[in-house]
Structure formats: C-alpha cells, structure tokens
Design a protein around this ligand. Structure first.
Ligand code: CAA
Ligand code: FAD
Length: 385
C-alpha cells in the first residue's frame, strides 16, 4: 500500500550534484587532505572553490545568491565531500544548515541583504556560537550576557568550541538578555569579526577534523547594534533549536560520508591484499565485515534521506533528523574501526586514510548534540501526545 508512493531512485539533477561533489572531493580535496590533517591547516583555497561551485549556500534562495536546491541535494553533496575530507565538510555543514538557513528563515530583509548574500556565495563564511564552558548539552544555561543599552546590546562572555572560529567573518551568537526568564530571555545576534572587544582564543589541538579551526571566542563589552538581533526579543533559544534540527541532518550526512568513505577504501583494499594465497576478501571473516558495514551504511543513508525528505516536504524533522544523526554517527564510528582492521598494519598509518576517518568519525557523536542528547530529543518526540 505504501510502495506506490516510494521512489528510491535519485533524479538526474541529484545525480549531477553527486557527481560534481565526488569530482571536487577527489580532484581538489584528496590531494592535500593528509597534510592538512597533520598540520591542522584550514582548507582556505579549497573552501574558496567550494563557494565558487555553490556548495556553501546550496539551499538558499537564488535571490540571495544561493543555489535554491533542496535538502536532499545538500545531503548528497555532504556525503561525497565527507568521504574524503570531513574537515572541509564541516565548514560546509555549518555555513549551509546553521548560518545560512538560520538567517534566511529568521533574519530581517536588511540582515539578509547585508549578511546572507555574502555567506551564500562563499565570499565569507559564518560560525554558529551556542556552546559555552558551562553550557554544552545543557544549552539553556547561557552565561554570556547581552544587555540592552540605548540603540545597541552589550555582549559579555565566552563561547567554546566554535567551528570556523577564526576563519569566519560573521558569527551568530546566542546570549542571555533576561536571566530571570531562563530560556525565554535568550537572544541571537549577528556579530562581525573585528568589532571592538571581540577576541578569538587559541586554536584547539584536536583528535580529528584537524583541518577545521575550532576556537573559543571572548566578548568584552562588544557593542552589537539592535538591528543585528535575530527575531523577536527572547527568540534566541528557539532560534538555536530550530536551526540545530536541520543542522543535525547535515552532520548525519557527514557521518554517512565518513562511513561510506571508510567502507569503499576497505572494500578495495580487501580485493587487492593477499594472505594465505588468496585476496583477504575471500576470508569469510573479512567478507562478513564488509556485509555488515554495507548494510549499516545503507540503513543510515535511508534515515538521512528520509530526514531530508521530511524537511523538504514540510514535515516535522526534529525526530527524524535526530535519529539520522544518532544512527549514522554510530555507523561512522563502527565502520571506520572495521576499515582500519581490514587494512591491518596499513590501517594504522596515515597514507591509507582510514585512521584519519576513524579519528574524524568520533566528533559526529559529539557535536550538534551528543548521542545522549539525540536520544533525549527522540524519546521526548515519541512520548509527546
Ligand atoms: N524547535 C523549537 N523549539 C524547541 C526545540 C525545537 N527543535 N527544542 C526545544 N525547543 C524549545 C522548547 O519547546 C522549550 O520552549 P517552551 O518552554 O517555550 O516550550 C525550550 O526550547 C526549552 O526546551 P526544553 O525544555 O526541552 O529544554 P532542555 O533544557 O530540556 O534541553 C535540549 C533541550 C534538547 C537538551 C537542548 O538543550 C539541546 O539541544 N542541547 C544540545 C545543544 C546542542 O546541540 N549544541 C550544538 C551546538 S552547535 C554545534 O555543535 C555545531 C558544530 O559542532 C559544527
Ligand atoms: P557536556 O554537556 O558536558 O556532556 C558531557 C557528557 O555528558 C556527554 O557524554 C553528554 O552526552 C553527557 N550528558 C550531558 N547531559 C546529559 C543528560 N541530560 N543526559 C544524558 N547524558 C548527558 N558548539 C557550538 O555552539 N558551535 C560550534 O561550531 C561547535 N563546534 C564544535 C566543534 C568541535 C570539534 C567540538 C568538539 C565541539 C563543538 N561544539 C560547537 C560544541 C559541541 O556542540 C558540544 O561539545 C556538545 O554539545 C557537548 O557539550 P559539552 O562538550 O559541554 O559536553
């Protein structure tokens, strides 16, 4: 009864986007990916090209310089880039699904003109600043304050773990204006790099996604014009939650890409490497690992595409996005570990890529809501009447 509404084939347009993203990943990202990981080097030139190819504002309305594409196009492209370089794909995810989406859906026309047009074309990139030293999972416990004064707000506090921390030009910053109102007193603001009192802390030394620049941000009496507040007074926490619901689909597709990339490398290696007189894929222990990996990746892909489809079709995607992220991130971790195992000793050295994918996989279980937080979101959604 349901099959007549189901079509598992991708459209010509989706296939073209997939091919373009795959070519970009293999031709542009792959050559320097090991070196950037080693040196913790941001992919500056590569991100510029991503902007030129339209990967940084894929879903934004063309009138603001975006590609006007659907969420499915975005997750397909995210998967391809993430197979090769998750440091580059997190830049893409944050810019598309947190910064551009948040501004396009809740910003004023003037904010969109001034900021979104530059972000969607990749002329500049953005950052999304919610987490603090004492407010990670517990995101309503914002300590950064934004106090109203004349025609502006005065921002004070520290944000932690901010992706694109030093490479961004525009920052969406969440802060508390009325502590007594708890989450209903929180606001969101657009802050520009270089404003007086805005300081960027040192770069974090990370296990994975080492090409991505993660920094703390310090605000010391930063004056933010009132017209840079996003939405109604007190809308900031809802803004963050609504934006993150879509962001999680982006990270789910990143996790899917890491898993698929690790699987593809392991499959290829298993058909080349020989032991006991035969290719290792002929040992059932290895073949069964590949069977498990492929099955789990396919299941993850279905969840990711379904969440994207929900978003594109006006359905609620809080739960489907959280399920996609929860499951795909677990599959990324499990698959990457098995890919290292299939590579034997070679899996443990950098030139075979799978050790990096294993280190990169872990972050997908932590950022944009840990796996434990996804289970809170899913179970609350299920228990709602
Ligand atoms: N859409 C709209 N509103 C939402 C919402 C959603 N998806 N989820 C919650 N809300 C609203 C609630 O309705 C409630 O508002 P009302 O009182 O008006 O009804 C308000 O938000 C508070 O919600 P809760 O009572 O559920 O709050 P809570 O304290 O129990 O926590 C939480 C909710 C889901 C755990 C939330 O704190 C959370 O998501 N934590 C994780 C934070 C996170 O994901 N951080 C990611 C940072 S960005 C990042 O990581 C980027 C990157 O790495 C690349
Ligand atoms: P905590 O909240 O302290 O959690 C510690 C542990 O306790 C976790 O296992 C958690 O799941 C568990 N836990 C906490 N509360 C509960 C509960 N109620 N029930 C069950 N278990 C619970 N943030 C941004 O705002 N913008 C960014 O761009 C950004 N980029 C990031 C990039 C990197 C590389 C990293 C590492 C983090 C980034 N983050 C960013 C922050 C990230 O979103 C947080 O690290 C994450 O939300 C977890 O918060 P926390 O680190 O404070 O952990």
């Amino acid at each position: 009864y349901i099959t007549k509404h189901m079509d598992f084939s991708l459209s010509e347009e989706h296939l073209m986007i997939q091919q373009a993203a795959r070519d970009f990943a293999n031709n542009v990202l792959l050559p320097g990916v090991i070196e950037r990981d080693e040196k913790q080097q941001f992919p500056t030139e590569e991100v510029k090209q991503m902007g030129e190819l339209g990967f940084l504002g894929m879903m934004v309305d063309p009138k603001y310089g975006g590609g006007g594409m659907d969420t499915l196009s975005y997750v397909i492209a995210m998967e391809e880039l993430s197979k090769v370089d998750a440091s580059a794909s997190v830049v893409m995810s944050v810019n598309n699904s947190l910064v551009c989406w948040g501004l396009e859906h809740f910003g004023t026309e003037a904010q969109k003109e001034k900021y979104l047009t530059k972000l969607a074309t990749g002329e500049v990139i953005g950052a999304f600043c919610l987490s603090e030293p004492e407010a990670g999972s517990d995101a309503t416990s914002q300590k950064t304050t934004a106090i109203e004064k004349d025609d502006h707000y005065v921002l004070n506090g520290t944000k932690n773990w901010i992706t694109n921390g030093s490479s961004a030009d525009f920052y969406l910053v969440i802060a508390q204006t009325y502590p007594e109102k708890k989450h209903k007193g929180i606001n969101a603001f657009i802050v520009e790099k270089g404003w007086e009192g805005f300081e960027i802390g040192p770069k974090e030394q990370k296990m994975g996604i080492r090409g991505s620049d993660t920094h703390s941000l310090i605000f010391n009496d930063v004056k933010v014009p009132k017209e840079n507040r996003i939405g109604e007074d007190g809308f900031g926490f809802k803004f963050a939650m609504k934006t993150l619901s879509g962001g999680r689909i982006g990270i789910a597709s990143q996790a899917l890409g890491i898993a698929a990339g690790a699987y593809e490398l392991a499959r290829k290696y298993s058909k080349e490497r020989k032991s006991f007189g035969t290719e290792i894929c002929n040992h059932q222990a290895i073949a069964f690992k590949l069977a498990d990996m492929h099955t789990q990746i396919e299941a993850a892909r279905h969840l990711v595409y379904k969440a994207a489809w929900d978003k594109d079709n006006g359905n609620n995607y809080d739960v489907s996005g959280a399920m996609a992220k929860l499951y795909a991130s677990q599959v990324a971790m499990d698959t990457a570990i098995e890919a290292v195992q299939i590579h034997g000793g070679n899996g443990y050295v950098k030139e075979y890529h799978v050790e990096r994918l294993m280190r990169d996989a872990k972050i997908t279980q932590i950022y944009e809501g840990t796996s434990e937080i996804q289970k809170i979101v899913i179970s609350r959604g299920l228990l709602q009447d």
